[in-house]
Design a binder for this molecule. Structure first.
Ligand code: SAH
Ligand code: SF4
Ligand code: F3S
Length: 441
């Protein structure tokens, strides 16, 4: 960068992948001697790490850019990174003329240089190319969201091309990270005292494709399972079409693999699943859940579901409701379909009116709340092994997660962070549980 030091203000939108990338951005900027500030007016460099998955996500970014642009000082610099950078490219300069730098997810490594080049030349910088060889390594001392549980990227991009999804355009083709690089990061984290490792990728079941070494996801899971110090491993996202008995067997075998599974369903109608190009049927999905539960009876299951996909009829929506009633997901991420530029389904004319989609969303949400309340009521009175992650918002309380990934708040000191403690679940409110540590701890 042109000059050492200075302050940056970083805003992160979107999914865990972006949060993971933002941690890397922070590490790179720290290496340049920069420090973070929560106050945009104080910053020399303002960065937005953005998301394009739904229209609303992009709206949020453009409205934030409007506010930041209006207050921008002459010596301040605005950089836009993440998925909108890949998707909107130069268009970002047109829609938000105060933006100086646009950098895609594979250009993060070059961000400091781009900022320096802008400062030196006062000409806009853009780098949104996909790069299969983009570095996986992260600067030592980079920020992490938690001191107990860390995300570790194992692959980037996606080759699936579901008909509604921009991710293949924003993150590029699927590339797996070499296993030794993953292991080095996990071992480094374990040495720092991390207990939880969340392996991250758009489609973790196809891990290993294209690597010179012969390794698949179950093989990787077994390797991470052996790392001393690591206590809990989770991974996301699995694609139902690629979930097989080999992965289920490896989960059962790996004692550190936590009994929670995220398996996006998207829809319960076979016609809609076909139009979405998901590559499975509702019966096929249910069969995989059945096998998962047969092998690991206490496993919790979460999913993503979309309502209002083009042409979705009331009956087809009810197919989704039926699958929800059958599976009884422990948690669910529910979305209204949003047409995305460049995706096949955005061209389809049989749009479901927003009001109809929203009404379906509300009905599905109501059902899910009921299911969660019933599931949570069954947990009250049980003792759960909770991995404490640190102080909760309420003074005197800490929070952590059960093996099944439920969030629990209980009385305790922040120094309990990193310890796995027996906690009796006493009550619940919405999605969260409350508990008391079992005496003697
Ligand atoms: N790779 C993951 C999901 C990534 S995106 C998978 O295959 O499941 C996260 C979720 O956003 C998706 O599961 C889907 O439910 C939702 N989503 C993706 N595109 C969307 C769109 N155009 N409109 C609404 N929701 C969308
Ligand atoms: Fe998008 Fe489908 Fe790839 Fe998931 S699997 S990121 S929904 S294209
Ligand atoms: Fe994630 Fe949004 Fe990109 S969901 S992969 S940040 S489009």
């Amino acid at each position: 960068m042109g000059e050492k030091g200075g302050r940056y203000h970083l805003l992160t939108f979107g999914c865990q992948m972006n949060k993971y990338d933002s941690e890397k951005i922070e590490g790179l900027l720290a290496r340049e001697g920069m420090t973070a500030t929560a106050i945009p007016e104080e910053a020399d460099l303002i960065l937005l790490n953005t998301c394009s998955i739904r229209d609303k996500a992009e709206h949020k970014v453009f409205s934030k850019l409007g506010i930041l642009s209006a207050a921008k000082r002459a010596d301040q610099l605005i950089a836009v990174g993440g998925c909108m950078a890949s998707l909107r490219k130069e268009d970002i300069f047109r829609r938000a003329p105060m933006v100086d730098v646009v950098f895609g997810p594979d250009a993060i490594e070059r961000l400091p240089k781009m900022v320096g080049d802008f400062r030196a030349s006062r000409t806009r910088q853009i780098d949104v190319a996909f790069d299969d060889a983009a570095a996986w390594d992260r600067p030592e001392g980079g920020a992490r969201e938690s001191d107990v549980v860390a995300w570790v990227g194992i692959m980037k991009g996606c080759d699936n091309r579901c008909s509604y999804c921009v991710v293949p355009d924003t993150r590029g083709p699927e590339v797996s990270r070499p296993a030794d690089s993953i292991l080095a990061e996990v071992e480094g984290l374990a040495a720092k005292g991390y207990k939880g490792i969340n392996l991250l990728g758009q489609n973790v079941n196809s891990y290993g494709k294209g690597l010179a070494e012969s390794i698949d996801f179950p093989g990787l899971l077994r390797m991470v399972d052996k790392v001393e110090g690591v206590e809990r491993i989770r991974f996301m996202t699995s694609h139902p079409k690629d979930l097989n008995d080999g992965l289920i067997a490896s989960m059962v075998e790996c004692k550190k693999a936590a009994p929670s599974f995220h398996l996006p369903l998207q829809a319960g109608s076979d016609r809609i699943l076909g139009l979405m190009r998901r590559g499975y049927t509702a019966a096929g999905y249910l069969e995989k859940i059945r096998r998962l539960r047969a092998a690991a009876p206490h496993i919790t299951v979460s999913a993503d579901i979309m309502v209002g996909f083009p042409g979705e009829t009331e009956d087809e929506f009810l197919d989704t409701i039926r699958v929800m009633e059958e599976v009884r997901f422990d948690s669910l991420f529910l979305f209204n379909y949003s047409p995305r530029p460049g995706t096949p389904s955005a061209e389809w004319q049989d749009v479901v009116p927003r009001a109809v989609s929203q009404e379906r969303f509300d009905r599905a949400m109501l059902l899910q709340r009921k299911i969660v309340a019933q599931n949570n009521a069954l947990l009250v009175g049980t003792v759960q092994q909770v991995l404490c992650e640190g102080a909760a918002q309420r003074p005197g309380a800490v929070f952590g997660r059960t093996p099944g990934n439920h969030l629990v708040v209980f009385e305790g000191y922040p120094s309990l962070a990193g310890r796995t403690l027996p906690v009796t679940i006493t009550s619940f409110s919405g999605y969260n549980l409350a508990g008391t540590m079992v005496c003697g701890e």
